[in-house]
Ligand binder design. Sequence first.
Ligand code: BES
Ligand code: MN
Ligand code: ZN
Length: 491
Amino acid sequence: MTTPVAIDFKELELDPIAAAEGQIVVFLKGEGGLDQAGRRVNRHMKGALARFAESDSFEKMKQGDVKSFAFPTGLAADAVLVVKLDRNAKIDVARKAGAALGKLHNDTPMLVLAGPSPRAAEISYGLALRAYDFDPHKTGDKDGRGVVTFMVSKPEEVAAKAAPMAAVAEGVFFTRDLVNEPANVLTTSDFAARLAAMQELGLDVEILEEAELEELGMRTLLCVGQGSESPSKVVVMKWNGGGDEKPFALVGKGVVFDTGGISLKPAGGMEDMTMDMGGAGVVSGVMRTLALRKAKANVVGIVGLVENMPDGKATRPGDVVKSMKGDTIEIINTDAEGRLVLADCLWYAQERFEPTGVINLATLTGAIIIGLGHDNAGVFSNDDTLCGNFLKAAGNEGEGAWRMPMGASYDKQLKSRIADMKNVGTRAAGSITAAQFLQRFVKDDMPWIHLDIAGTASVKAETDLAPAGATGWGVMALDRLIRDTYEAETE
Ligand code: BES
Ligand code: MN
Ligand code: ZN
């Protein structure tokens, strides 16, 4: 696993500044005022910081921007990083400022002179999220990770505020590691083993093997993995922090690699299908966070782990399979496999746990990328209250999410000549017909959301809080939803 950056909170001391090695971070308010630490750094730098604070170049900086001064006179440090940030900056601006520091973080120590800043915890959170780097497969010289020390006025208070944020960051890192990992390393068995290891954190983890899945009648899930050497598995993770209440359920698509099966995908870009387990990755990351911060809620996470390969034993276009629910499906296209995995997992989640609501996540359709790009995940729901709560949580966490329409007119596309339904519609509204397919496996009164994260799970260009590659999109929003909606009463 990628080691996250080590962050420490200490009492502000002005003496070690001149001798501090690595990078020193100081904050300047919008109008260029120097705080106590800033004045001290300025004195060592013979007034250079004060000159900068009055310059045009400082004025042109936006809130949260960072400027680096290399090898400053009067200091042992390699660089002074000046952050423009008002004391009461908005939380997302403070996070982004932290992320800008995280991007500049290297193998030397970083001393952050946050002093009495009420945003120190948020800055440390953004820093950690952006300092993430996936490098287990790089040999030779790797960038190390220097320790980051925050000097603040009330270290215990800041550390207590930062602890639950660090738990979320660790969940995000767990998701990113899973999603970044190539498919020859992260097989279904390796994935399940990483989840089983989370029992140490107090999660209850159960692994259902093919024989049990067969017995449960989960044929639509099994038919996806039947061309692969890797065994299909369903992993059930339970966090019981909320007494006797019925749990909330999270369900994730975990296709460790999607070749398309017999409906083989074209070669160009197929390597990206190593992240087709992104939904399962997010569910796993959220469960890790809930355990780390000992959430006062009952949540069950269910992931369907399969590999979609072409083979003599693989499912063919035209085959008809029976789902755990009992409905039959004509498989027109073996590349529309995610919905087959989710159909059985959704049904299993409802039958076994009678949850108060279900959210499923999946890198389900290329069409959602055409529609919403990499900025927003597609949100499909049968319940305005749950959906509203989710959109609010995502908005508060800065994770893009956009509600899409559903309805009977779209559902018509799934009519099959020989079975209860087929697994694809036409090209029109491909993301919506995928959602309609899933809804057929959601019970009538069950509050449900489907999140199509094909565009947001991983990106080619860095985002504010993540380098290129896996983002961990959704971990923050779902953790926030659980905190605000299901833990609120128990506090
Ligand atoms: N895993 C893909 C969706 C996907 C595409 C994720 C691009 C991330 C980036 C999914 O299994 C798939 O192949 N969907 C098909 C559905 C079609 C056959 C109806 C698609 O989107 O082309
Ligand atoms: Mn596919
Ligand atoms: Zn897929």
